[in-house]
Design a binder for this molecule. Sequence first.
Ligand code: GLP
Length: 259
Amino acid sequence: MEVIIQPIPEAATAIALRAVADLLRKKPNAVLGLATGSTPLLLYNALTAMDLDWSKVTTFNLDEYVGIPAADSCSYHSFMWQNLFSKVNIRRKNVHIPDGMTNDIPGHCEQYERRIRDAGGIDLQILGIGREGHIGFNEPGSSLASRTRIKTLTERTRKENARFFKAPATVPLHVITMGIRTIMEARVCMLLAFGAKKSRAIAAALEGPITSMSPASILQMHPRAKACLDTLAASRLKHLEYYRSVYDHKPKWQKAEIF
Ligand code: GLP
């Protein structure tokens, strides 16, 4: 995995921003995998300020809460429309977010997988990371071969995400999330993490053993995974200086080229 460490979140976001912008310019009908949470907000803000054509772009979001209607302000549908989709010229029919209100969860999950395949697969998957190493909502213990399915949130994740809800008790127990294998099939994975509170999860994922106890650690098996971190999120990495040196000494052509 390529580890890119920048002094502040804005600088780390700029790397991901360049990757998305390059992709959309080179491949107007690109397929993006998108994440929610506070981490990608800087990226989405920056993207909406750019003059990019989203008219042929297709997106697949990682996850959604079960039992929360799309129109609810706590849904990931609302999050995505508010922070990105309403501000770019994407076509509604090209936006895919799991439906937390479906009455056939297994059937819906199978269809979600099929839609990703029919779209030609995900070119670039943006990822955040949970405090216990989850990607999407694949909590510790998730099968590393999993596909889109229902998952039960840990109490820790429910507490973490309570800030987006009116009361902690209203955070759903269940979610629909892309599986780990689904994520691993993306051609490029970009993991963003900022702040000291992510440093343990990042150290475990990047330098620890590959284990379902740290679901993000599977990215070590991805041929084109990049972690864009700020200094605080990177602070527990053992090989910090090596990663910095690798990035600083990259040939210019290689630095500029993501797609
Ligand atoms: C949620 C999302 C994840 C996200 C994580 C981290 O649980 N399902 O996709 O990576 O939160 O959130 P934040 O970026 O707010 O720290």
